[in-house]
Design a protein around this ligand. Structure first.
Ligand SMILES: [Mg+2]
Length: 151
């Protein structure tokens, strides 16, 4: 297991949005694999959604079997500013990897710690979002490569 910290954005990455709250296909498996790679104490959520709302949605994901139990108590990053400064996660930003669908949030000097993921969106109609989406698998693969390159 690595000693790196994994920071996960929430909206557009793990779920559609805090409004529609569709979980991304493969979420349970992705979080479980991340736990094996990083350890649950080294995983955190770095989001613009406020903590109370994040916890409520996380509880619902756990209750419905979309996320492992530990996800509802996962570390939540309190932050301020216009960027998701990785120093809020850990002093040594080179020990952090962030998965986010919106690169402008990441400081230019920290972009080498970003794994970008395609935004998971709700459809404009009342239909379901894309259930064939496999981006979490793709990102898991990239995370493993990232870890190999840093080892
Ligand atoms: Mg996002």
């Amino acid at each position: 297991m690595t000693d790196l910290t994994l920071a996960l954005d929430f909206e557009g990455v793990l779920i559609t949005s805090a409004i529609s709250q569709f979980s991304r296909p493969g979420l349970m498996s992705f979080l479980s694999q991340c736990e094996l790679l990083f350890g649950r104490e080294n995983i955190c959520v770095f989001t613009t959604v406020d903590e109370e709302r994040f916890r409520a949605i996380a509880d619902r994901l756990v209750a419905n079997g979309y996320a492992p139990k530990w996800f509802s108590t996962t570390r939540y990053i309190d932050w301020v500013g216009e960027h998701k400064d990785l120093r809020f996660v850990r002093e040594d930003i080179d020990k952090v990897i962030i998965v986010d669908d919106y690169p402008p949030y990441i400081k230019q000097t920290q972009k080498h710690r970003l794994i970008e993921i395609k935004q998971y969106m709700e459809p404009y109609t009342h239909a379901m979002p894309d259930m064939q989406d496999n981006e979490l698998d793709v990102v898991l693969h990239r995370l493993k490569e990232f870890l190999l390159n840093e080892a």
